[in-house]
Each structure stands twice: as structure tokens, then as C-alpha cells.
Design a protein around this ligand. Structure first.
Ligand code: ACO
Length: 371
């Protein structure tokens, strides 16, 4: 490990961090693999075996990423038993804001009455939630802020080319969030972090904007098809992620003086079931320790990790005292890991019997059940 990797600011910081709540929201409309068969030359068997995805939730009409984020923020506040005014900081990981400005964080701040909060958006695609979590930790451990809402929110159904079967089958829309709190002298429940980026992989996964030049100068070179805003070399991203993610997980464990035996659950970015399984095999993670929640929602980019955690909490899998290892990875390329202990006691009313029965079904989705 390099000296920077060896230094662990999570060891006895002035302010210790706890996790206070989790929440999520996905839009109502769904798109199944069968629906996709009507759009592109694909089939349920290919999508299921290559990705593990059965359906995605997608925005419809004028729904916005801000609305998804606001609903997830309200769910997370309910989980923590808090109100908007209790928050000091709002960080929203998103690569698909409806407006570049105002930031989605500003929209959330206004809608939930977080009158005391500062905040910003963080654009690191699928690593946004883990990066946001580590950034929030620095504000909290230093004592600058006491309560932080960290979110992931993305709408890729408006960025993919619906005639490109290589990408349109992968993504779903959604938002998820967590609230972290800090207290002076309290034990820190975050144990170690590891963040990286490698811009040389930028060309393998790119989401273009569509802004044009001033008419008095030479126009920008148009892309072949204007609808192709998102380009992904899936094979290269797969190879890249399965190499760097195990390294990052091992570094984070080493920094925390832990092994996988100390971890109850590993929550990877839910990019694709085969990526998660391949990483687990390399690391020797037993299948029962791997949280997967991709079949009913697809790859929800920055939202995938909190959506998966929320589902595991709602269904009673993740409980107080469990140690979690989170790892986000994706476009940039950017990737990072963090280890934390689950300290939250969920204040939301328990799920209805019908919702719990749904968890036994093949593709349980609890998030839209939000009141
Ligand atoms: N249906 C049927 N056939 C398809 C489809 C489809 N939807 N998509 C591709 N194929 C075909 C290809 O055309 C190719 O056919 P050919 O052999 O005749 O050329 C064949 O299937 C194999 O294609 P591959 O691209 O090699 O398929 P692969 O097994 O690699 O799976 C996938 C593709 C699922 C995209 C995979 O590479 C992947 O998940 N990569 C990683 C994605 C990722 O992690 N991204 C980063 C996170 S997302 C973010 O940051 C925003």
C-alpha cells in the first residue's frame, strides 16, 4: 500500500459517525424483458443470463430525477425519524440531472424543507453514492457538520438509445439515500475507505451532452445518430471492473485491519449479476454474503447501492450491528469502497403483509410501496 493508502482517517476521529437511516424510490412504470423484445432484437434468455435483469422501473411523462430524489429523501428521513431541517449537508450523486443547474441537491433541499443544509451534486456515474458517502464522512469526522443526507439518483431511460440493444437493456431509473450523523467522542462506525479514478477509461463509457457551438464559429462535429448520447464498451468495462474492484476491496479491508470474515454483507454496484459473481469468485465472497437486487430494477447507476441496501433492510436481512462493505464502480472510470457498521433502527412502519408476500416472489420490488 502507498503511504496515502496506509493512512486511515477513520481511526479515532474527533467526531464518530453513525448511520441513521436508509430509503429509496423507483418510478411506477415498468419495462420487462418481454417489452424490450418489441423494441430491439433481444430476448429474455439473453438478458437474464448476461445481466440478471428481469425488469426495470422507468420514468414516464414529465417525471424528473429531482422528483425521484425528493421521494427517496422523504423515505430516508422517515427511516431516520428526522425532518428536513435536521440536515446540515445534502450530496446527490447523479449523472442525469434534469437541469445542470439548479443542482438536484437544491431541488431536494427546497422540497424537504432542509433550511439549514448546504449541498451539491456529484457527477461520478455509478460510483456517485460511495464517493458521496466518503466525502460526507470528511465533513462529519471533522465536526463541520452533524447530519448528512447522501443520495444516488439517476434516469438513464432518457439517455440510452432505444435502438441499441447493447445498452438499452441494462439500465433502470431510481433513487436511494442514506443519512449519516456525527457525535463528538462517539465511536466511529466507518472503518476505512478507498477511492480511485482512471480517466484513460473515459472513452469506454461516456454520456455526452448535446450542447452546440455559437453559430458564428465552426459547428461541432455531429455524432452519427443524435440519439446516441450514451456510448458503452461493455466488454472493456467488464474486464476493467473485475480487475480493479477486488483490488480496492482488499485495500479497504487491509486499512480497516479486517478480513472478509469480519464482513456480514458485501454490496457492490448492481451493474450486472455476472460482474458481481465474477468479483465475488475472485475475492472468495460466499454467495450468502453478497447482496444482489438487480432482477426487479436493473442497473440504477448511482442509486443502485442504496436501493439494494434499502431492500435488504426492509426484508430483514441487514440488521443493527452488521458490518457492510460497499463498492461502487463505473464511468470515469471511477471506483471506491467503504466499510461501515449498520447502526440504524428503521423508524418506518413495517411493510404490509402484501408487500412482505411480494418479497417471496421472483422479482420483489418494495420501493414503489412508498406512501
Ligand atoms: N440481446 C441479444 N444479443 C445482444 C444484446 C442483447 N440485448 N446485446 C448484445 N448482444 C450480442 C452482441 O451483439 C454480441 O453479438 P456478436 O457476438 O454476434 O457480436 C453478443 O451478444 C455478445 O456481446 P458482448 O458485448 O460480448 O456481451 P457480454 O457478454 O459482454 O455482455 C454486457 C454485455 C451485459 C453489456 C456486459 O459486457 C456488461 O455488463 N459490461 C459491464 C457494464 C458495466 O459494468 N458498466 C459500468 C457500470 S454502468 C455506469 O457507470 C453508468
Amino acid at each position: 500500500m502507498t503511504p496515502a493508502e496506509q493512512h486511515n482517517p477513520c481511526t479515532n476521529p474527533p467526531y464518530g459517525i453513525q448511520l441513521a437511516g436508509i430509503g429509496a424510490f423507483v418510478p411506477k412504470a415498468t419495462l420487462t424483458n418481454a417489452d424490450l423484445e418489441g423494441l430491439v432484437d433481444t430476448n429474455d434468455e439473453w438478458i437474464t443470463s448476461r445481466t440478471g435483469i428481469k425488469q426495470r422501473h422507468i420514468v414516464s411523462g414529465d417525471e424528473t430525477v429531482g422528483e425521484l430524489a425528493i421521494a427517496a429523501a422523504k423515505d430516508t428521513l422517515a427511516s431516520a425519524g428526522m425532518e428536513g431541517k435536521d440536515l446540515d449537508l445534502i450530496i446527490v450523486g447523479t449523472s442525469t440531472p434534469d437541469t445542470i443547474y439548479p443542482a438536484v441537491a437544491c431541488q431536494v433541499q427546497h422540497a424537504i424543507g432542509a433550511t439549514n443544509a448546504a449541498g451539491f451534486d456529484l457527477s461520478l456515474a455509478c460510483s456517485g453514492f460511495v464517493y458521496g458517502t466518503v466525502v460526507a464522512q470528511q465533513f462529519l469526522m471533522s465536526g463541520m457538520y452533524k447530519t448528512a443526507l447522501v443520495m444516488g439518483a439517476d434516469i438513464h431511460s432518457r439517455t440510452v438509445d432505444w435502438t441499441d440493444r447493447n445498452t438499452c437493456v441494462l439500465f433502470g431509473d431510481g433513487s436511494g439515500a442514506a443519512i449519516y450523523t456525527a457525535e463528538q467522542g462517539a465511536p466511529n462506525r466507518f472503518f476505512a475507505n478507498d477511492l480511485h479514478m482512471d480517466g484513460s477509461f473515459g472513452k469506454e463509457l461516456t454520456l455526452y451532452t448535446n450542447f452546440d457551438n455559437c453559430p458564428t464559429v465552426e459547428p461541432r462535429t455531429p455524432r452519427t445518430k443524435p440519439e446516441q448520447l450514451l456510448y458503452m464498451n461493455g466488454r472493456e468495462m467488464f474486464k476493467f471492473a473485475t480487475r480493479v474492484v477486488p483490488e480496492s476491496i482488499n485495500t479497504t479491508l487491509k486499512k480497516a485491519n479486517m478480513t472478509l470474515d469480519d464482513i456480514d454483507y458485501v454490496v457492490l454496484h448492481q451493474a450486472n449479476i455476472r460482474i458481481m459473481e465474477s468479483m465475488s469468485e475472485r475475492l472468495g465472497i460466499p454467495p450468502e454474503k453478497l447482496i444482489t437486487h438487480i432482477a426487479p430494477v436493473g442497473n440504477t447507476s448511482a442509486a443502485s447501492i442504496p436501493i439494494a441496501i434499502n431492500h435488504a433492510v426492509r426484508t430483514g436481512k441487514i440488521k443493527k450491528g452488521h458490518k457492510l462493505l460497499l463498492c461502487g464502480f463505473g464511468a470515469g472510470a471511477a471506483w471506491g469502497s467503504t466499510i461501515l457498521e449498520w447502526t440504524a433502527v428503521d423508524q418506518r412502519p413495517p411493510l404490509s403483509e402484501a408487500a412482505m408476500a411480494d418479497t417471496a416472489a421472483a422479482h420483489p420490488v418494495l420501493e414503489p410501496a412508498l406512501a
